[in-house]
Design a protein around this ligand. Structure first.
Ligand code: WTA
Length: 686
């Protein structure tokens, strides 16, 4: 029985009266999975006549676990495949003890995700439907593209890319802010079988060059500058210096296709390297608006996306085509209860996985209309919701918390009646933010899909289906179809019932990443060796008596700042690259808005006194090496760090000091020099 918890929120039963405005379905909070053009399940029929509930979910879920091949191939057959897959729908080895890790879905089939996103929807009669509404930096700076227009622009760029010699399997780095050209570039690469690697435009030139050196792209696509608020960021300068750095490391890129972003910077002011730099506007529009697709194997790579791990070097997470396509489209449809009349807004940036799976691919595969703002200023949030009559609003807890701090008035003075589903991603959503999101933003009538997933998983893994079962604020509830999460103890034994431990996944799923680019060994070591027989997520998790999953945050050296994944080691290496920094240890601390903040202990080179200037230049060093979003919130001067006799830094103690839990320091007697701890506490300015 799923009742009795005071934390639970039940959704009202669907009203019988049909409302006229189709943007506000009468079934608020109690989804019926009926009206899609693509009937995904035979079981859809079970929910035709009554709301979709826990029983229906369980039935479908059980089938998805018992017969993954039948289940997923039935869904997959709704897409266009040039050729069908081999007899085996999938094959997997998730157990390192049995050899190399391998996940394959729909192997042998050929398809194209750009075709399925654009051509397929246009053939179904959706050519005139708006695919993307775009909002610029200024409220009156907006635009839109229909499916047909999007296809034409994608084809022009695809033709250009072919013209300059980009072939199937070549990597293309895209370093763009949220301009229309970003999803266009992703889809153009996919159309010709090139592998895109989008680098979030907040990353520094160091980080960008690291990624260029790793994947050796045929070209880089960028823009001259972007405005953030009143400030213009010169992205092209950042690319220039990244390309200089890559060249020093033996990786030269001959072509830099640059979008002229007029609202931020004029052509004439842009630094230019003749022969290498080309203005997008000068070449791309001259190419034909039709471009044949390159049919690729379902297991051919679609994209690389670099993400942070527990070591310094970012990991190139590789996703392939077929399984990712099927998985993102299906999760989108179900977890957001998508209907063709919906207007969907996800506040993420295409530079992160959320923007890949739930701006570009998942929604557009479903023929949805997406709102994509360039500058999601909090104050403008509800203006945009009302302007476009947004029905599904997907955001991150950090945004919810920062809006919450501004007060209800900013929200309540807007209409917001169009919204029917709210959703959250990126970090655990604390119950008070959840309640505010539910009560104030959603007027206590919209279910919240708290979606847990990762760059590696491709699509969401644990999530409510809107209105299908009672929610508990802060719980991502139950696994999506086909996903088998388990909780294991330190030794890797599965634990049942009410418990807490490490979150692992037991079987492969179509959206799973297939390797780390160029380093299958690291893939196996990081994810499949810690608990043999499982994919290890790096997250802690508990399950309550009703079987609800509660994600409790990372258990490794990864911190999650405003939903951005940052490795502590990355920040540490940026700090120690500062000439006056001898050693650094970074830990995450609780942060009211960002979820987690970055707290850095630094030891300076012998004889250098700690000062405000040093503090600033250390922070600058991190901004330059990673990006502004990774700047430490706190620099704590540490004449020495607490180490064991074997020289290992005791982070446990540092975490306690950083979070001011001084009475919980625990045993410090194993330290080489226990007096270091008192010294650190004395130097803290709490
Ligand atoms: C965290 C983002 C709790 C988690 C899609 C995971 C969450 C990491 C949630 C992945 C959620 C994401 N509840 N924690 N709903 N969603 N996380 O790769 O720690 O940027 O491991 O993918 O974010 O971050 P990534």
């Amino acid at each position: 029985a799923l009742v009795s918890s005071p934390e639970q929120v039940r959704f009202p039963s669907p009203s019988k009266k049909k409302k006229k405005n189709h943007l506000v379905p009468s079934l608020i909070g109690n989804a019926r999975f009926t009206s899609s053009k693509i009937p995904l399940f035979k079981e859809d029929s079970v929910s035709m006549s009554r709301p979709f509930g826990l029983k229906d979910y369980r039935k479908i879920y059980e089938r998805s676990i018992e017969d993954p091949a039948g289940f997923w191939s039935e869904i997959a057959s709704q897409f266009y495949w040039k050729e069908k897959w081999d007899l085996e729908v999938y094959s997997e080895n998730i157990d390192v003890r049995k050899g190399s890790i391998k996940f394959e879905w729909f192997k042998g089939a050929s398809t194209n995700i750009s075709y399925n996103t654009l051509d397929r929807n246009i053939e179904a009669g959706n050519g005139g439907k708006v695919a993307i509404y775009w909002e610029g930096n200024e409220p009156d700076d907006d635009g839109q593209l229909t499916y047909l227009e999007l296809l034409e622009r994608v084809c022009q760029l695809a033709n250009y890319l072919k013209h300059v010699g980009v072939r199937k399997g070549d990597a293309v780095i895209i370093y763009l802010p949220m301009l229309m050209e970003l999803p266009i570039a992703m889809l153009a690469c996919a159309r010709i079988g090139a592998v895109h690697s989008v680098v979030f435009a907040g990353f520094s030139s160091e980080s960008l060059s690291q990624r260029i050196i790793d994947c050796k792209p045929k070209l880089v696509i960028t823009c001259n500058a972007v405005k953030r608020g009143s400030k213009a960021i010169h992205l092209k300068d950042i690319v220039d210096s990244a390309l200089r750095e890559s060249a020093k490391n033996g990786v030269t890129v001959d072509l830099c296709l640059t979008v002229e972003n007029k609202s931020a910077m004029k052509r004439g002011d842009t630094k230019w390297k003749e022969g290498r730099d080309i203005w997008w506007q000068d070449v791309v529009p001259h190419f034909p608006t039709k471009c044949d697709v390159e049919w690729v194997d379902a297991e051919d790579p679609l994209f690389l996306l670099y993400t942070s791990g527990s070591t310094g070097k970012p990991k190139g997470v590789l996703h392939t085509t077929g399984g990712y396509m099927v998985y993102t489209a299906t999760t989108f449809k179900y977890a957001f209860d998508y209907k063709p009349s919906d207007i969907y807004w996800c506040t993420a940036d295409c530079g992160w996985i959320t923007g890949h799976s739930y701006i570009t691919y998942g929604p557009l595969l479903n023929g949805a209309t997406v709102v994509a703002p360039n500058y999601p200023d909090c104050g403008r949030c509800w203006d945009i919701v009302d302007k476009y009559k947004v029905t599904i609003f997907y955001t991150a807890p950090t945004l919810v918390r920062s809006l919450m701090r501004e007060g209800d008035e900013y929200v309540t003075r807007h209409d917001r009646k169009s919204i029917r589903v709210l959703a959250s991603v990126g970090e655990p959503i604390n119950p008070s933010a959840w309640r505010w999101f539910y009560n104030v933003v959603g007027n206590s009538r919209c279910p919240i899909s708290d979606t847990w997933w990762q760059t590696e998983t491709g699509g969401l893994m644990i999530t409510p289906l809107p209105g299908a079962w009672p929610q508990k604020p802060g719980s991502a509830t139950f696994p999506f179809f086909g996903v088998q999460p388990v909780i294991v103890d330190e030794k890797g034994n599965e634990i049942e019932g009410e418990c807490s431990g490490y979150l692992c996944i037991k079987k492969s799923w179509p959206g799973a990443f297939r390797t780390l680019y160029g380093d299958h060994e690291r893939y196996q070591t990081t994810y499949f060796k810690p608990f043999a027989g499982y994919y290890f997520t790096g997250d802690g998790c508990s399950r309550d008596k009703d079987g609800y999953f509660w994600l409790t945050g990372r258990v490794d050296d990864v911190i999650n700042v405003s939903g951005h994944r940052i490795g502590t080691v990355e920040v540490e290496s940026a700090l120690v690259s500062h000439p006056q920094c001898a050693e650094a240890a970074v830990v995450g601390i609780e942060h009211e808005i960002k979820g987690q903040g970055i707290y850095a202990f630094v030891t300076l080179v012998e004889g250098v006194p700690f000062s405000e200037e040093i503090r600033k230049s250390l922070i600058l060093s991190v901004r330059n090496q990673i990006g502004a979003f990774a700047a430490p919130d706190k620099i704590h001067w540490a004449p020495a760090l607490p180490k064991t006799r074997s020289g290992k830094i005791m982070r446990r103690i540092l975490r306690k000091i950083a979070s001011r839990q001084l009475d919980e320091l625990g045993d410090t007697s194993t330290l080489a020099d226990p007096s270091v701890v008192d010294q650190l506490i004395a130097l803290a300015d709490f």
